[in-house]
Write a protein that binds this ligand. Structure first.
Ligand SMILES: NC(=O)c1ccc[n+]([C@@H]2O[C@H](COP(=O)([O-])OP(=O)(O)OC[C@H]3O[C@@H](n4cnc5c(N)ncnc54)[C@H](OP(=O)(O)O)[C@@H]3O)[C@@H](O)[C@H]2O)c1
Length: 215
């Protein structure tokens, strides 16, 4: 059993928190207003707890960052580098702008030679950020059923040990991790969310995932 700190009171935080509980871990979810998670805590059992972003970051041996993209740098500042130091931080965030999608294509506040993960890594330089879960809808996060085919989760980050730890978590959650390299590879992984969302926005189809074919 590991202790997992989940920063995020939204749907992504909830699905991943429940996934970690399902697989036998202890989870503290963090929010600026922890009381908004009271109902979740009541229903989630003995291994579930709630706190501030800093408390959840301090509790976790592994951290999940699952906040609104435009608030990610602020949430990491609130969680504090000292609480994240040396830990794998699964970064599920996307830099989605406030403007609506155009013809089903999301707008980002980052450009092609930048990424949100590079920005949050700078806010907590001693944390080991690993991009994961950002390019698939939350309904598919935990042991999705694709008729026996394991989908691909593209990951990246600067710390090999953290990527190994996240790869093992992904395997238990039903995913094959594909390591795309250091933090800068988030510039390529984050836009996969734009691609993933197009069938959703244009034809209400949300039940797909990516698979990397190799020969
Ligand atoms: N929805 C999906 O299926 C999906 C899939 C993959 C990735 N993602 C990404 O996952 C992330 C979370 O998505 P979500 O839909 O669960 O939730 P969300 O509504 O995007 O984010 C909710 C979280 O953001 C925090 N937040 C908002 N404004 C803040 C601020 N000014 N300062 C600090 N924290 C702030 C909230 O904190 P409080 O708790 O304090 O209110 C809350 O914990 C997003 O980056 C999204 O792009 C979503």
């Amino acid at each position: 059993m590991k202790k997992i700190g989940v920063l995020g009171s939204g749907q992504v935080g909830e699905v991943l928190a429940n996934g970690f509980l399902k697989h036998g871990h202890a989870v503290m979810r963090g929010s600026r207003e922890p009381s908004k998670l009271d109902a979740w805590k009541k229903g989630a059992g003995e291994r579930a707890s709630i706190g501030t972003f800093a408390e959840a970051a301090s509790f976790g041996e592994v951290i999940v960052l699952a906040v609104k993209g435009s608030a990610a740098e602020s949430a990491v500042e609130q969680a504090k580098n000292e609480n994240l130091k040396g830990k794998a931080v699964i970064d599920a965030t996307n830099p989605i702008a406030d403007a609506p999608p155009e013809q089903g294509v999301l707008k980002y506040f980052t450009g092609p030679n930048d990424s949100l993960m590079e920005r949050v890594q700078k806010k907590a330089p001693e944390a080991h950020f690993v991009k994961a879960f950002s390019s698939v809808g939350s309904a598919n996060f935990v042991n999705p059923d694709f008729g026996g085919t394991r989908p691909t989760m593209f990951i990246c980050g600067d710390d090999a040990g953290a990527k190994k730890e996240v790869t093992e978590i992904l395997a238990v959650f039903g995913w094959d991790a594909e390591d795309m390299g250091p933090v800068q590879a988030a510039r390529a992984i984050e836009p996969l969310c734009m691609l993933w969302c197009i069938p959703g926005f244009t034809r209400n189809s949300w039940t797909h995932a990516f698979k990397l074919l190799k020969r």
